[in-house]
Design a protein around this ligand. Structure first.
Ligand SMILES: Nc1ncnc2c1ncn2[C@@H]1O[C@H](COP(=O)(O)OP(=O)(O)OP(=O)(O)O)[C@@H](O)[C@H]1O
Ligand SMILES: [Mg+2]
Length: 175
């Protein structure tokens, strides 16, 4: 089932993606959609932190992909913003990432829709005025594995919220 949650500020967003990270395993694919500056890279940081990756995550804009191997599982962080065309993805050998041994997060996944596996977790991020730091996250699971992940995430976010991890600023309307 779909899940919507609001986060105010970077700390809450990273908290949310940390919670997601704890549920992920190799082979999982998380597709991030949202305008520039909505927080896609910020979201990846929480997942990376949860995996125990020490390097600072920055957007792999000029390389299309960055690989991190010093966490619990490999993390492949793709950003297709500057993709010239599908050939770039072939040159990259994207199958090695999508069907490989790591967790995959893809910024601007809408640019490669036709290459995405049917089973994946879509995460759409929206600016949420009036607050500059407010964002709304929509989790849209595609397939059974991600239905499970989102159901578990929901429980953890509710639990955290009850214990003030997200504070009062994080209003939940996915119930
Ligand atoms: N709730 C929030 N979640 C995430 N980022 C936030 C939030 N509130 C404010 N910000 C700010 O928004 C910016 C998000 O930047 P980030 O690089 O994560 O976005 P992005 O979606 O990856 O952008 P791009 O499309 O350029 O790759 C940062 O400057 C961050 O400090
Ligand atoms: Mg980014």
């Amino acid at each position: 089932m779909n899940f919507k949650v609001k986060c105010s500020g970077v700390t809450e967003t990273e908290g949310l993606s940390t919670a997601l990270g704890s549920l992920l395993k190799p082979g999982d694919i998380i597709c991030l959609y949202g305008e520039m500056g909505t927080g896609k890279t910020t979201f990846v940081r929480g997942v990376a932190r949860e995996l125990g990756i020490k390097e600072r995550i920055t957007s792999p804009t000029f390389t299309l992909v960055k690989e991190y191997y010093n966490g619990r599982f490999p993390l492949y962080h793709l950003d297709t913003y500057r993709l010239a065309g599908p050939q770039d993805m072939n040159d990259l050998g994207y199958g090695e990432y999508f069907y490989g041994k790591g967790i995959v997060l893809i910024e601007w996944a809408d640019r490669i829709t036709e290459l995405l596996p049917q089973e994946r977790l879509d995460v759409k991020i929206f600016f949420c005025p009036p607050g500059d730091e407010d964002r709304e996250f929509h989790f849209l699971p595609q397939g059974k594995r991600y239905d499970y992940v989102v159901e578990e995430l929901k429980k953890r976010v509710y639990f955290r919220n009850r214990n003030s991890y997200f504070g009062n600023q994080c209003s939940l309307d996915g119930r």
